[in-house]
Design a protein around this ligand. Structure first.
Ligand code: FES
Length: 365
């Protein structure tokens, strides 16, 4: 017995040491994945995207992953490494930029894998992917960036709805690889519409109670209150899926939480995102040497694109994707997004929604 205890203690110490080392490596300035690309605007971008952080990827495999979901394998040269939770900014043939979580294996250095569901009444990005990206198609991409990193924890609860499984799946794989206890609740409209079911069932293995699959047409909605109430104390909860699912988890957590920490990733705006009165102001673009006027009824992003930098990148224009984040050199910002952390807000803003609180702003553009 004492021998067994020694083994267990030694194993735990090894795990902690490994994680500490991993964290140190990530914090090192040599780590090749900064949280955010350098601002790419203000320097001009050519079609090949040279010097802009844009790289060319080729669709080398296209698979029907589930009803209405295609999985694409995108190959390229010298692809930056990524970690679970990272996403790629794909520049679609129309020029629209959309974010897709990487759902393949980070250990595959020559290709990224994404999956996307066709949204019939969406803004058109998923339709472009489904209709225009075929094997052999060359597409431009920026990133990967990671706004949803998997933090160290002694236990994980993963909650995914529909296509929200894409950032969660690599997290589950990593938890499994590292021997950290995890459980997954994965819901969808029907089993046929739920991507990656076969792999998830395999991951569940013998301990099938680690995975709860809830197909709405057979089982109704997942009992989130019961899931959270049964979570190990101080576990990390990672949730991605439709807005109502994430709002429900956020609402339930305070009542059931025993030190649970919640991490979410949104690909749609928060329903009650902050808004405020608009007043006109000016923005100086320090590197460009121009000053633009931002009228009360337009955004900083629109004003800059219209008056100075037509190629300035953006995507959602609703403050949830992070594509338009820019560095503030001076001025007081009225932050109107739910995405940036306090540390990021100290010196940057999302120019599609945020404005000057008073006076003007000077941006590093
Ligand atoms: S364009 Fe998406 S956050 Fe601004």
């Amino acid at each position: 017995m004492p021998r067994m205890r020694t083994f267990v203690i030694a194993g735990a110490a090894l795990l902690v040491a490994r994680r500490t080392l991993r964290r140190r490596v990530k914090q090192s300035p040599l780590w090749p994945m900064p949280a955010l690309d350098e601002p790419v605007s203000g320097r001009g971008r050519d079609a090949a995207g040279q010097g802009s952080g844009v790289r060319q990827l080729t669709v080398v495999e296209r698979t029907a992953e589930a009803e209405g979901v295609v999985r694409l394998r995108l190959a390229g040269a010298e692809l930056p490494a990524w970690e679970p939770g990272a996403h790629l900014d794909l520049v679609l043939p129309s020029g629209a930029v959309r974010q897709y979580s990487l759902c393949g294996d980070p250990a595959t250095p020559d290709a990224y894998t994404i999956a996307t569901r066709l949204i019939e009444d969406g803004r058109g990005g998923s339709r472009e992917v489904h209709e225009l990206l075929h094997e052999g198609t060359v597409v431009q991409a920026r990133g990967p960036r990671n706004r949803f990193p998997l933090h160290d924890s002694h236990a994980y609860v993963f909650i995914a709805g529909g296509i929200g499984i894409t950032p969660i799946l690599p997290m589950v794989r990593q938890a499994e690889r590292e021997g950290v206890p995890w459980q997954l609740v994965y819901g969808g409209r029907s089993r046929a519409s739920m991507p990656f079911l076969a792999e998830i069932e395999k991951l569940a293995g013998a301990g099938a109670d680690r995975v709860t699959l809830v197909a709405e047409d057979e089982d109704g909605r997942p009992d989130l209150a019961a899931v959270l109430a049964g979570a190990p104390p101080h576990a990390a909860v990672y949730c991605c899926g439709p807005e109502p699912l994430m709002a429900a988890v956020e609402a339930l957590l305070p009542a059931v939480s025993e030190g649970l920490t919640l991490h979410t990733e949104r690909f749609a705006p928060v329903a009650d995102a902050p808004s405020g009165e608009n007043a006109p102001f000016e923005v100086e673009l320090r590197r460009t040497g121009r000053t633009v006027a931002v009228a009360a009824d337009t955004s900083v992003l629109r004003a800059i694109r219209d008056q100075a930098l037509p190629d300035l990148p953006y995507s959602c224009e609703q403050g949830f994707c992070g594509t338009c984040q820019q560095r503030v050199l001076s001025g007081e910002v009225d932050h109107r997004d739910e995405l940036l952390t306090d540390a990021e807000r100290a010196d940057s803003l999302l120019i599609c929604v945020s404005r000057a609180r008073s006076g003007g702003l000077v941006l590093d553009l």
